[in-house]
Design a protein around this ligand. Structure first.
Ligand SMILES: CCCCCCCCCCCCC/C=C/[C@@H](O)[C@H](CO)NC(=O)CCCCCCCCCCCCCCC
Ligand SMILES: Nc1ncnc2c1ncn2[C@@H]1O[C@H](COP(=O)(O)OP(=O)(O)OP(=O)(O)O)[C@@H](O)[C@H]1O
Ligand SMILES: [Ca+2]
Length: 502
């Protein structure tokens, strides 16, 4: 055992497992244990917190001459672990073998399955064979058997599992998802994300790092993080749910172009990002929104949402009071609507910061995971140079909202209609398809918007440009705890030991 500093402890909630240790002859004959006639030992596996929100499984072995005492310790620690009621015992795991760099299966088998087995978690594993496999499966599987669902893949895979679970809850409760005002039923079965995708924004924004072992440990110790979900409708028809980015213009165009380049893997986004940046298209339309008056924070706040966030806690209380008062009532919300017309390079609505390795503070650094609101970011037509300055600020500490062409609003619902309505668009697109080559050759520097953009909904394209969006406060839960405040003494943080606890 490596030397450990004094006065360190690990809470029982962060112990992964306790096991009796079989001592081999060689171990017995080395070190101070040599003097013990017949040593007994047990090993405690625990969460070791390293830098940048990374967690690792560490262990410490305790030796003792008295077999009875050793067994008493094992028994006592196992009883403590049994008392941790939020820990999952049975999980349903979906693996997308084609997400990100196609490493999902290997990541799960080599890094995650051994930890689940150490923590005595049983699993049913499904390796998906096609898109929507996980979603369809969740609509019929005996869900009550499980304490959680794990998805191994990227944001798209998470989205599938989320749609399966939310859809299943509404179906079982007789709620019509096509009604935009329907009071959706909360989904209490938690989802765990093992990141193996291209952006992994949901994992990064809720854990602080995209790392499969860290996520597996959050699942094992039974963390719980509620999450806001937006429902997206068009003409009283349900389209999709979104938890991270609903983006029109820039991010919609990147996604549409990148879909043709899936073979490039995660690099496709940089390639399509560069192309879309150069094309510099803007789109005309009208945005109407209802400000989130109930929410305590503002998108320009300096503080971000962190573990135990008081703003999200307050929203949880408000939600509980509302449910006590009205139950599941259809919402007739008469609150004011604000209307903004304009030419936009990008319209981004985010339910969370959307931090990811490409942009560690995200599209809206002060957005909250569970406050019942989304940040609506409107980037109006500006020069390429200004748009580049705006983009670059996603990668440094400067304020990306401090531009005259950028507005940000905290909202609880919004609607968008393009100047070209969807119905008129098909004819325009046909004309565009025929004439686009010539059109752009004639005007090499043009940014003409001869067709609508598409909405990027958590990495999937939506079919209509006119949409109606409503944020549902804390509709679902993750095996996560939000991003922890940085540990002040990171050296000590990375060397915690259970020794003093015992
Ligand atoms: C000069 C560097 C500027 C870098 C600016 C980086 C901003 C990055 C912001 C990332 C926000 C991700 C939001 C998350 C969305 C997910 O729900 C979704 C599903 O996974 N991912 C994407 O749609 C995938 C979206 C991928 C977006 C990649 C954007 C790359 C932009 C590159 C622009 C290059 C301009 C260079 C000019 C010389
Ligand atoms: N077996 C499969 N074959 C083809 N597609 C699949 C399969 N399983 C899942 N999918 C689909 O693949 C899409 C993308 O997967 P995933 O999100 O895991 O990776 P990604 O797109 O690389 O990452 P990100 O979403 O983080 O950008 C998902 O929308 C999912 O529906
Ligand atoms: Ca939110």
């Amino acid at each position: 055992m490596s030397p450990v500093p004094e006065n360190c402890f690990v809470p029982t909630s962060e112990i992964i497992a306790v096991e009796e240790t079989e001592l081999n002859k060689k171990q017995c004959n080395t070190g101070k244990w040599q003097k013990m006639a017949k040593p007994h030992a047990f090993t405690v596996y625990y969460v070791k917190k390293a830098r940048n929100h990374r967690w690792r499984c560490s262990d410490v072995t305790f030796w003792c001459v008295d077999e009875h005492l050793c067994n008493q310790w094992i028994q006592a620690l196992k009883e403590l672990l049994e008392m941790q009621k939020s820990r999952p015992k049975q999980l349903l795991v979906y693996i997308n073998p084609y997400g990100g760099k196609r490493q999902g299966k290997r990541i799960y088998e080599q890094k995650v399955a051994p930890l689940f087995s150490l923590a005595s978690i049983s699993t049913d594993v499904v390796i998906t064979e096609h898109a929507n496999h996980a979603k369809d499966n969740l609509l019929e599987v005996n869900i009550n058997k499980y304490d959680g669902v794990v998805c191994v893949g990227g944001d798209g895979m998470f989205s599938e599992v989320m749609h399966g679970l939310i859809g299943r809850m509404q179906k079982d409760s007789g709620i019509d998802q096509n009604n935009p005002k329907a009071p959706l039923v909360q989904c209490n079965i938690r989802i765990g994300i093992i990141p193996a995708g291209s952006t992994d924004c949901i994992c990064y924004s809720t854990v602080g790092i995209s790392d499969p072992v860290t996520s597996a440990l959050h699942i094992i110790i039974g963390d719980c993080q509620p999450l806001d979900v937006s429902s997206v409708h068009h003409n009283n028809t349900f389209l999709k749910y979104s938890v991270s980015l609903l983006g029109y213009g820039f991010y919609g165009d990147i996604l549409k172009d990148s879909e043709k380049k899936r073979w490039m893997g995660p690099m496709r986004y940089d390639y399509s990002g560069f192309k879309t940046f150069l094309s510099h298209h803007y789109y005309e339309g009208t945005i109407s929104f209802q400000p989130a008056k109930h929410a305590l924070g503002s998108p320009r706040d300096k503080d971000s949402c962190r573990t135990g966030c008081y703003i999200c806690k307050k929203s949880e209380q408000q939600l509980a009071e509302q449910q006590k008062e009205c139950g599941l009532k259809y919402e007739e919300d008469e609150e004011e609507w604000k209307v903004i017309k304009g030419k936009f390079l990008a319209i981004n609505a985010v339910n969370m910061s959307c931090a990811c390795p490409r942009s560690p503070k995200g599209l809206s650094p002060a957005a909250h995971l569970a406050d019942g609101s989304a940040d609506l970011i409107l980037v109006r037509k500006c020069s390429r140079f200004d748009f580049l300055r705006y983009l670059v600020r996603h990668t440094n500490q400067d304020d990306q909202f401090d531009f005259s062409f950028v507005d940000v609003h905290r909202v609880k619902s919004f609607q968008f209609t393009s100047k070209l309505s969807d119905d008129n668009e098909s004819s325009v697109t046909d004309i565009g398809k025929k004439r686009f080559g010539q059109f752009c050759r004639d005007h090499p520097a043009c940014c003409c918007n001869i067709a609508n953009s598409t909405w990027n909904c958590d990495g999937e394209t939506l079919d209509s440009s006119a949409i109606e969006v409503r944020v549902h406060c804390q509709l679902m839960k993750l095996f996560a705890r939000g991003i922890e405040e940085n540990c002040k003494d990171e050296a000590a943080c990375s060397q915690s030991s259970v020794e003093q606890l015992l």
